[in-house]
Structure formats: C-alpha cells, structure tokens
Ligand binder design. Structure first.
Ligand SMILES: Cc1cc2nc3c(=O)[nH]c(=O)nc-3n(C[C@H](O)[C@H](O)[C@H](O)COP(=O)(O)OP(=O)(O)OC[C@H]3O[C@@H](n4cnc5c(N)ncnc54)[C@H](O)[C@@H]3O)c2cc1C
Length: 392
C-alpha cells in the first residue's frame, strides 16, 4: 500500500484553517488546504472595514460565548494576542489600537492574508481552491476527500469551514453537516453580532434611523456600554451587536440612555431649573432627535416644576431601563458570526480533536465558541488553529 501523500487535509482556507495548516506545515507535516471559494481568506479581507481587527489585547475566556465556558481556556492560553502580534510585527505590518483593546492594520486586511499565505508557504502547504468539496469519507485509508474531480486521502482531517454568516461570501453550514455525519453534536446555530429588528409599538423609533448614542444595552445577564444606532429596521451599533449574541427570541433588550446619570438626577434638575421641560433637559445630554422622541414618549407635558417627584423618578427609571421588544434579527445575511456550532463536549480542548473520531479536528467559528465584537473571533480562530496545528 502506498502512503498517503498528505499527513493532514484542512478544509477551509479562512483564518483558522490557514493558521492550522501553516503551523502543522512548519512542524514538518505534509498539509493540503482546500477551499471552495474563488479567493483565499475572503472574510479576513472584508473584516474590520477592510483593515482587519485581528486581535484584542483584552482576550480572556469570559469574552466568549459557549455551552462550556471553560473550553476555550487552554487554546487561548497557549496562543495569545501577543503571539499573533509578534507574527504581525515580524512581517513588518503596521498596526494601531483603536478602542477597547482592538488592534487593526494601519494599511489593509490584505496584509494579514498575505502574511498567512507566506507562513503556509514556509510550511510547504499545498493550497487548492475554487472547486466544491464533493465528498468526505472515512475508511481504511483514513479520510478521503473528493475535491472537484480529484480524490485526496490523509490520516487527519481538520474542519475549518467556519459558520454560515454572510452566505454570499461562500459561508456554509458544511461543518455542521459533516460533524453530524461523524456523530458529533451541534449546538443550535444562531446569527450573532447582528442588528435586531423592531416591530409593534417600537416601530415609532424608525423615525430615528441614523441616530446613534452612547448607551448601556442589556440582554439577559449581558451588558455592554458602547454606541447604539437606530436603523430603519430596528437597532444596531456595537452595543446592540454585542447583546445580540446573548439575546433569545421573546426576550426584551433594555437600554440605559444615560448610563452616567446619578440616581435622582431628574428631580435635581427640577430643583435647579424648574421652568425647563423634559425635552429641554434631555437635549444637552442626548442627540436632539432622540431627546425629543424620548420626551414625547414619556409624555410629561409642561415644565418640570409641574411634575411630581414621583413622576420624575418613574421617567428616570424608564430612561435607565427602556425596554425594546425585538421581533428578530437581520439574520445570517447580516451577522458577523454564528453562536452555537460543533459541540465542545465532543472535542478535546487541548487539540481540538474529536474524542470519538481519532484524526478528525474542528477549529475556528465552526466550533461552539463565539467571541465578542472587537477582534476576539479572530483570536479564537488563530488560537484554535494553532492548537490543532500543534497536535497534527
Ligand atoms: C463583515 C465581517 C467582519 C468581521 N470583522 C471581524 C473583525 O474585524 N475581527 C474579528 O475578530 N472577527 C471579525 N469577523 C468574524 C471573523 O471573520 C470570523 O470569526 C473568522 O473569519 C472565523 O474564522 P474561520 O477560519 O473559522 O472561518 P472563515 O474565516 O469564515 O473561513 C472559512 C473558510 O471555509 C470555506 N468554506 C466554507 N464552506 C466550505 C465548503 N463547503 N467547502 C469548502 N470550503 C468551505 C470558506 O470559503 C472560507 O474560506 C467578521 C465577520 C464578518 C462577516
């Protein structure tokens, strides 16, 4: 019997697949990296508005969503933001910190793809793309993959085909189908880091389309203090994208429009400026159209002096916990990532290998580990890809 020409086949030449293939290749493994798309690393290219928010210096396991919050710890500890940054610097890529620990390229996301391709080339990785993966089988000769018209075999197979967000970029649920075929469980995938849509009584807020304000948004136990943006369909902006990953259908999203206001501030305002109205009191604190709409909805007509303290305390409470009832999300077409995915219970947190199928690995977004907005998802892709690359 002739030996398979490859030690590992990696399916998906995105962030995690490129990292995994490069690491394994540089360890002397013969790696074949396959992708159906017409170009390599397409999501990297469009990420961070074309500048790729490639990591976050505040990376920690609690910034990830997973049925098992401990799963990501090992991989994240063994490949850190500093490790990725060292690679970026070794390739002479200029970068900057934007806000909240988010690191971006000064130039273009193309530099990150070029860097990963160079690293893969250093490891002698063979990359083929632009053909469909027609078949994946597991038998006596290990894993067999039919890619276009060609059949390849290897003793190890890495699933790095990502999640189904942004299908028009070539994203698919392929990883889940494959995982299920091999007996692995899949935590129900949902769109995440996605705008929320409003209906019913919240529709009136559509007239605020384009207005943004710094808020604290909450869904379930998660709270994020960043900007929220009203859109013609509902709510967006970083604070909303963040809570969308925790939002469950039927739940409210509450917004604190004045997170810095001290308790009792509206009663204080009445004492200081009794002739002011609620609208004129809110006007310096919030964007004008938002201040106007909130004041109208609170329906405290006339001067503050005419309101009882009780009513002002109630109004303050509503501004602190304004409840929106989203009727859905803008779906996978607009979602930056997917929560859910291949259940971590079936994978080794050290190597990303399936416990029940020796030689089968899953990395990146395909796995049920989803980061916050701000470079965390790429850090998971690098770290999980590195863990598998070290184990192959
Ligand atoms: C608009 C947008 C902006 C983003 N910006 C950021 C950001 O700035 N920072 C950040 O951390 N995260 C960002 N993300 C999230 C980040 O892109 C993903 O979490 C990350 O790319 C996941 O890496 P991955 O390797 O698991 O999957 P991907 O990078 O999606 O790679 C999967 C690869 O598999 C291939 N593939 C899929 N199905 C098949 C199939 N059936 N057969 C063969 N190949 C297949 C795809 O073509 C793709 O090349 C952004 C996402 C989007 C959509």
């Amino acid at each position: 019997m002739t030996a398979a020409p490859y030690d590992a086949i990696v399916l998906g030449a995105g962030a995690a697949g490129l990292m995994c293939a490069a690491v394994a290749g540089q360890r002397g493994r013969r790696v074949l990296l396959l992708d159906h798309a017409d170009a390599i690393g397409k999501k990297i290219l469009i990420s961070g508005g074309g500048r790729c928010n490639f990591t976050n210096i505040h990376t920690a396991p609690d910034r990830y969503n997973s049925a098992n919050p401990h799963f990501a710890k090992s991989a994240l500890a063994r490949y850190t933001p500093a490790d990725f940054l060292a690679l970026v610097e070794a390739h002479g890529i200029a970068w900057h910190e934007k806000t909240l620990g988010q690191l971006f390229c000064d130039g273009s996301a193309k530099q990150i793809v070029a860097m990963l391709m160079e690293e893969a080339a250093k490891g002698g990785v063979t990359i083929l793309h632009g053909q469909p993966v027609r078949e994946v089988a597991h038998g006596a000769d290990g894993f067999a993959v039919v890619f276009g018209e060609r059949r390849f075999t290897a003793p190890a197979l890495v699933v790095a085909t990502g999640g189904p967000s942004i299908p028009k970029m070539g994203a698919t649920g392929f990883a889940y189908d494959l995982a299920r075929r091999f007996g692995l469980k899949v935590v129900e995938p949902r769109p995440a880091l996605v705008p929320l849509t409003l209906g019913g009584g919240d529709l009136l807020f559509r007239e605020l389309s384009g207005v943004a304000a710094p808020v604290e948004a909450r869904a379930g136990k998660a709270a994020f203090r960043e900007a929220a943006l009203f859109t013609h369909r509902g709510l967006s902006g970083p604070a909303i994208l963040q809570v969308s990953s925790y939002w469950q259908r039927g739940d409210p999203v509450t917004i604190d429009f004045l997170p810095d206001a001290a308790p009792g501030w509206l009663v204080e305002a009445k004492r200081a400026r009794p002739r002011a109205t609620l609208a004129s009191t809110l006007a310096p604190l919030l964007p004008a159209r938002l201040a106007q709409t909130l004041a109208e909805r609170l329906a405290l007509n006339g001067e503050l002096a005419a309101q009882t303290d009780r009513k002002l305390v109630d109004a303050e409470g509503r501004l602190k916990r304004w409840a929106f009832q989203p009727n859905g999300t803008e779906g996978f077409a607009k979602a930056e990532v997917t929560v859910g995915g291949i259940a971590t219970a079936g994978l080794s947190s050290q190597t990303m290998m399936a416990k029940s199928v020796p030689g089968l690995y899953a990395v990146g977004e395909a796995v049920d580990v989803t980061g916050w907005l701000g470079g965390y998802n790429f850090q998971w892709a690098w770290a999980s890809g590195y863990a598998a690359g070290q184990a192959l």
